[in-house]
Design a protein around this ligand. Sequence first.
Ligand code: PRP
Length: 212
Amino acid sequence: MSTNKPLRIALTKGRLEKDTVALFESMGLDCTAVHKKGRKLILPIGESIEVVLAKANDVITYVENGVCDLGVVGKDTILEMGGSFFEILDLGFGRCKFAVAGKADSNFFEGYETKVIATKYPTVASSYFDEKGMDVSIIKIEGSVELAPLLGLAGAIVDIVETGSTLKANGLEVLEDICDISARLIVNVASLKLRKREIESLVDGMEQIVKI
Ligand code: PRP
């Protein structure tokens, strides 16, 4: 049985939003309202879906608290923020990786002194170095983390690498890969029970396109 309320999906604004809208269009859903959105942040898609445009961390907050049934967010944000929700589908786009990067000649992993890492992702960085048994001091930076080793604030960074061009343009390189990242579909725990059939039918449709 379907309720009259649309399924509400929080999309991470920007590239993941565009890729998700393209996915919805491949499923035959009408995304005109999103293309003409102006400054509007809640928009209908097709007959029975409503998208909410939000920052990555907020996508998780809205889904976790049940004000959105589903969300599209990068695995990077999921790994950093955690939270109580189901991660049900790898959407295959938004592919990049977490890596340790630094100056090519830095010999970052040599020597016994405590290393300094700059990152926007302190949780990911600290669990990576904990697992390696390496004692590091982590400094949180909000953006353009590549500046930290250039300015002498940190010996290396933990950051997202997509094409590698930002590292290259700044004389840095990947020292170690941490893990692959891509966009994920997440679902509120209660919604998956209460609106199981609608969610399953949407996810099946998405999965068929993603698999191609
Ligand atoms: C991300 C990331 C790198 C860059 C990597 O930054 O933090 O700086 O993209 O992409 P590339 O490998 O294709 O060069 P973003 O553009 O999100 O900006 P920010 O650094 O201000 O967060």
